[in-house]
Every structure is written in structure tokens, then in C-alpha cells.
Design a binder for this molecule. Sequence first.
Ligand SMILES: Cc1ncc(COP(=O)(O)O)c(C=O)c1O
Length: 342
Amino acid sequence: MKTIDLRSDTVTKPSPAMREAMARAEVGDDVFGDDPTVNRLQEICAGRFGMDAGLFFPSGTQSNCAALMAHCQRGEEVIVGQDAHTYHYEAGGMAVLGSIQPQPLTNRPDGTLDLGEVEAAIKPDDAHFAVTRLLALENTIGGKVIPRAYMADAVALAKRRGLSTHLDGARIFNASVKLGTPVKELCAGFDSVSVCLSKGLGTPAGTVLVGRKDVIARARRIRKMLGGTMRQVGILAAAGIYALEHNVERLAEDHANAERLGKGLAAMGLAVDPVQTNMVFAAIPKNSVAGLKAHLEASGVAALVGPRLRLVTHLDLDRAAIDRAIEVFGAFFRKAAAHAAD
Ligand SMILES: Cc1ncc(COP(=O)(O)O)c(C=O)c1O
């Protein structure tokens, strides 16, 4: 029986058609700027996002780090959410590699930062303080969509206070599909946006950083410094182009599947957060965590089980797989309820 893998949307495998596109890709040495497929992907992304230029990276972590370093000099500061991937989940790369000081702020339940707090966190021009240089946001964040009006207000505040802006848009297409708003509108005004191709879009690897010409030029040198420059990488860029052509609109299916999964879990009595895109979060009673983990493993469902369960839908899971997952969870909680009643 095929495992139903709900750990992340990064677990997808390239489809036969995507592999075919990869096999056919024209390639060249991208260090010389000679790879036509990479160049095409970068142009397509820049165009879609209404930005000057794009730059292909092996991963989202490296693209974010290069962007932060392109915006901030050593000892300068970025205002960022406590829950942001750039702050919480990138091994402190901005500090280690870029000597950038993060100024973290608590994300509100909807994923946004309070813009009053952002403004208050901007340091005055005083030799005691780091120079606040950048505001970094994320959309979607924890599966939550940040609305366009908020993004516009955040960008306007940053511009008014002389800050640059970076968006970790690893799942920006999920936000765009959910809102029915083109990414160009959603990201308008940002100086850089990091766009992952290997999450919901289903490629084996790759992220494109799009942004202002000068930011991308600096990021190119930093990418070299970080060891992220690749050679005949058009085979990966071809997967990216394929994904942009075939796998964006269908994210709506992942969102519908996540909603169905969330409803299924809620019907079992679990406290489930409102589902917005392709992530489902549910509270698991502490005394059920170990048992649930073992049950899922034995039943062919892969999930990162803890007191706060996160399940992620993606293009390798169809409706039937979701229904089977609901059935597997249901079997566990029915049994748990029967034991409690004994
Ligand atoms: C929001 C967000 N940003 C960035 C990344 C980093 O991407 P990568 O795993 O390609 O380094 C991830 C990875 O899961 C992510 O979820």
C-alpha cells in the first residue's frame, strides 16, 4: 500500500511529464549565464512578479539568506516575525553568514506583524543601535494567507521609513490562488521575493529570487559566496517552467483537500485551526501522541505527530488518499474513545 505522506508539500516526486521536460531541457554553464533554460525561468518569474530580474537558487533557505545579505550590511538589522522561516528555521544563517541582527516581533494569530510594533522597532539613528535596514515578511505563513491590503500597508510603512522589503514567498502561489489575486499584485512594492518551486509546485529543487535589479546583482555575488552557483542546471529550471505552466492553478485542489481533512479531524472531536490553504493544524491530546504516531506508521500514513499536529496536502495526494487518511485517523480516535468509555 502506498504511503500517504502528509509531512510536507516538499515530499512530492517529479511526475513523468515533468521528468520529460527535464530530459529535453537545453542546458549551458549558468556561471557564464549560458544556460538558456535557467535564463528563461528567471525571465518568466521576473515577468510574473512584475520585477526587474530573477535569480535561480538551489533552495529557499539560500535564496532568503542571499536576499537578506543583499539588503543588509554587517551589523544592520532586519525586522522579522518570530515564526518566520528566515528567523526560526534557517539555522541562524543571516546572523552566522551575514552578520545581520534580527529584530524579531511576535506574529499575531493571523500571521501578520502589528505594523505599530514594526514602526516602534525601527531604531533611531544613534551610535548605540544597529541600523534598521529591512522588513522581512512571509506569505503564506504557517498556511495562513496574508491579505493584499496588509502587504500594501507594510510596504508603504517600510518605504516611508526608508526600509527595504523582502518577502519569503516560498508558498506565495498558494496565497495567490486562495485570494484569486495575481502574484504581481500581491507582491507589489517588495524589493525582493523568494519563490520556491519545490513546495506545492512539485519540482525536485529550486527557488527563484525575484526583485530589483541592484538587489539581484548583489544576490548573484552572494550566491557565489554561499556556494550556490550551479552549472548545467537547466534540467532543474525546466522542471520549474513546467511547474509554473501546469501546477499553479491546481493548488486549489490541495486547499480543498486540506479543508476536507480538517473537517474530518474536527468531526473526530479534535480542535482544528481554520484551514486556509494546504496546511492543517490540530491539537492532539498529550496522552494520544505516542499511540497516534505508532498507529499512523502501522497504517501507512506519514505525519509529524506532536501535541500540535501539522498535516500538509500536495499534488501527490488525491481526494481518495485524503479520505483514506481520514479513515486511519478516525480508526485511532474511535478506539481511543471506546477505551475511555470502558
Ligand atoms: C516558508 C518557507 N521559506 C523557506 C523555506 C526554505 O526552503 P528550502 O527547504 O528549499 O531551503 C521553507 C521550507 O520549508 C519554507 O517553508
